[in-house]
Design a protein around this ligand. Structure first.
Ligand code: SF4
Length: 364
């Protein structure tokens, strides 16, 4: 058990708050997200995979697009991985798309095309961990499985005044046990969504709105004035840095952007990218191009005719992901270098037609 939690935390008042007041609040205040109200296991599976590491409002746009292209599990299983990654483009964490595609094929081959309702069986599928398995089992099949995501960890940490970092495995496990005990039998679908929604809308990381919270009457950290210091965060080591030269290569018609496909595993695995050269370092140097650029780890394979001296600079955006800080120099690639380049090129969206890139990239 968590040492910081006071004895016998599940009082009758606390159970009433979680099992009645919270559900009532959810009925009145839930957001009209596109997957709400659906009990279709395929739609729930797609929404839960999209919601891994992604805000609900961002996931909602991709959800509609994904289901338009792959409306059923058999349709997804029959599709190529490239077509799935194409719809996923821009959302990040591309291993989710690869695993969802693989899961659809596994369910077709091993489960007769029926999505399993048992959380243990769901966890045996690619990319489905305890959180997603519990979410699908409870929301699609109303199985009594408590979901514990980042929002739930924060709410429970605050309600029980847990002063330890909830990302630590032992602390997370203890909070999972509390969530299991709080779950009202037969109401898992509503309970799980209510707790996650409270974390997303009311018990937010920086400015929780305690005066509107259904759990305020039993919240120990509100009582002790520790809301801002809970949950605790263990500092993470600094991210590695690297520089990248990205070549913008237009197709012959000038209407599309040529790209290569990254290897299936690793950072942004399987996604389409412009050819790139890599150099490790703290920040983008001002005297680009220069020496030391290579097609080593993280570079695009098959950049045979591309080198750092035959390109013209267009912009230097910096991107920070959970794994790396990366500065990119966007460079226009002249047609002679383009013709000499080797590799398996496909066509992607032209940057002039992509508002997110338009400010950084000009081609001539
Ligand atoms: S009272 Fe405040 S800190 Fe406690 S659960 Fe509600 S919003 Fe979070």
């Amino acid at each position: 058990m968590i040492p910081a939690i006071h004895e016998d935390p599940l009082t009758p008042e606390l159970l009433r708050c979680f099992q009645k007041d919270l559900l009532r609040w959810y009925q009145r205040n839930q957001r009209p997200l596109p997957w709400r109200g659906s009990r279709d296991p395929y739609r729930i599976l797609v929404s839960e995979v999209l919601l891994q590491q992604t805000r609900a409002t961002t996931a909602a746009a991709y959800y509609e697009r994904f289901l338009e292209r792959f409306p059923t599990l058999p349709a997804l299983a029959r599709s190529s991985l490239e077509s799935v990654l194409e719809v996923w483009q821009g959302l990040g964490y591309y291993s989710r798309a690869r695993n969802l595609h693989l899961t659809a094929r596994r369910i077709t081959a091993d489960h007769g095309g029926i999505i399993p309702s048992d959380p243990e069986v769901l966890q045996s599928l690619p990319g489905i961990g305890p959180y997603t398995a519990a979410a699908v089992a409870s929301i699609a099949f109303n199985r009594d499985a408590a979901v514990v995501d980042g929002n739930v960890l924060r709410v429970l940490s605050r309600v029980f005044a847990c002063r330890l970092d909830p990302r630590l495995p032992a602390v997370r496990q203890s909070l999972q046990l509390l969530a299991d005990r709080l779950l009202p039998a037969g109401k898992a679908s509503q309970f799980n969504q209510a707790l996650m929604e409270l974390g997303a809308l009311i018990c937010t990381p920086r400015k929780p709105v305690c005066r509107l919270c259904a759990l305020a009457g039993v919240c120990a950290s509100l009582r002790t004035g520790e809301v801002q210091s809970i949950p605790a965060h263990t500092p993470r080591p600094p991210l590695p840095c690297r520089n990248r030269i990205v070549a913008v290569v237009e197709s012959e018609t000038g209407k599309m952007l040529l790209f290569t496909r990254r290897p299936p595993s690793g950072l942004l695995g399987g996604s389409g990218n412009s050819p790139a050269l890599i150099r490790a370092g703290r920040r983008m140097d001002s005297n680009l191009p220069g020496d030391g650029w290579s097609g080593g780890s993280g570079a695009t394979p098959g950049c045979g005719g591309l080198n750092a001296t035959n390109l013209a600079p267009c912009g230097t955006p910096t991107a920070i992901s959970t794994k790396i800080t990366q500065s990119s120099s966007i460079q226009a690639c002249p047609s002679w270098a383009h013709e000499n380049m080797q590799g398996d090129f496909g066509e992607g969206q032209h940057p002039k037609r992509n508002k997110r890139c338009a400010g950084n990239i000009q081609t001539n």
